[in-house]
Design a binder for this molecule. Structure first.
Ligand code: CA
Length: 360
């Protein structure tokens, strides 16, 4: 009561001033750096867009407000697939996207996004942080005036939404599917027609029949787009994206302008966002899968073994060819493949052996 009386007695100006001085958004420091973060996702899109928000908030909080980051959804400042160029030239200081969208810039970028039949999310993080992957990524992006960071992992994705059943390799022939990157090239060799569309275009393309199938991420993300309304066959496993890394890219000049402590804060905030997305995906995919199956009558189906085996052998071929494009791509390929072979020997007798035992 006393407090209410006190507030009542304040003038409007004084109240506004006092409310600025308290609460979670009150920062000790004045903003020294005002950054823009452009993204390849619809604004606030579950997991992908919200991870960008989480990252921006963490940078602000951890820096005590010395860095402010304003997040832009796809098309708000630049289109989804222009994030790389926009950050490279400094239109925005940061970008939130996926490296496999940039194969037109350099083939090797795909190793930092998704490799068909490649490493799992945990294995990829091991390679990036402890297997030399991050250093190679930095070397590659340096040419584009960018500092890369791993800022999210989807975990194993789903193979996608199909209007018709996939019972054999013959069903892939002529299949027009949205599937970006190397996975798309694999589908092409299996007789399909890959197309690349941004997330926001997928629902209407599938609905109109412009495409026969689309992959996106996993149950939680896919539920948000409502694909179940236009296709009922939801196939697994996501052979093309077994542990996709998302990226936050930083303009190198903007990064260099930060004092050491703020540079460390930005890097650590990205690392935290990387861990957070993997955990969020695992947690939310479970309940979303339930909703898709029980509320929306989605048919969850496994791709046939012979289809997976063929896609696997084509994947090895396609990934190996990336190494032949140029010496740097070879260097990244060799690092990735060597690490994944070593990782598999351990994964087979640890995670994989345990998961099989649990399913007995
Ligand atoms: Ca995907």
């Amino acid at each position: 009561m006393e407090r209410r009386g006190f507030i009542k007695s304040l003038g409007a100006g004084a109240l506004a001033a006092s409310s600025l001085a308290v609460g979670p958004k009150a920062f000790a420091a004045k903003a020294e750096f005002k950054w823009k973060m452009v993204t390849s996702w619809p604004k606030n899109f579950p997991v992908l867009g919200t991870n960008a928000n989480y990252l921006a908030n963490n940078i602000e909080q951890m820096s005590g407000g010395r860095i402010r980051v304003k997040v832009y959804g796809a098309n708000e400042l630049v289109p989804a697939f222009e994030v790389f160029d926009a950050v490279s030239r400094g239109t925005a200081q940061m970008g939130h996207s996926g490296a496999y969208y940039w194969k037109g810039k350099h083939e090797a970028s795909q190793f930092f996004g998704a490799i068909p039949f490649g490493m799992s999310g945990q294995e990829v993080n091991a390679w990036l942080y402890y297997g030399g992957g991050m250093e190679l990524w930095e070397e590659l992006y340096d040419k584009f005036n960018l500092v890369p960071t791993a800022t999210g992992n989807t975990g194993a994705q789903m193979a996608g939404w199909f209007r018709k059943d996939i019972n054999s390799l013959a069903d892939l022939k002529g299949l027009k599917m949205r599937i970006p990157g190397l996975g798309g090239e694999v589908l092409k060799r299996a007789g399909g027609t890959p197309v690349n569309l941004s997330g926001g275009e997928l629902f209407t393309s599938l609905q109109s029949g412009a495409i026969d199938a689309t992959e996106w991420v996993g149950p939680y993300n896919d539920l948000a787009f409502g694909f179940y309304k236009v296709a009922k066959n939801y196939y697994y496993p996501g052979w093309h994206e077994p542990g996709t890394t998302l990226e936050a890219i930083i303009n190198k000049d903007a990064f260099s302008a930060l004092p050491d402590d703020l540079q460390a804060i930005v890097k650590q905030a990205c690392k935290s966002a990387n861990m957070d997305m993997l955990a969020e995906n695992v947690a939310k995919n479970n309940t979303a899968l339930d909703t898709l199956v029980n509320k929306h009558q989605v048919q969850v189906k496994r791709l046939p073994d012979d289809v997976l085996a063929r896609l696997h052998s084509l994947s090895l071929e396609v990934v190996q060819e990336v190494a032949e494009r140029d010496p740097f791509s070879r260097k990244v390929y060799e690092s990735y493949i060597n690490f994944s072979q070593r990782a598999a020997r351990w994964t087979d007798i640890s995670e994989l052996a345990y998961l099989k035992a649990r399913a007995l």
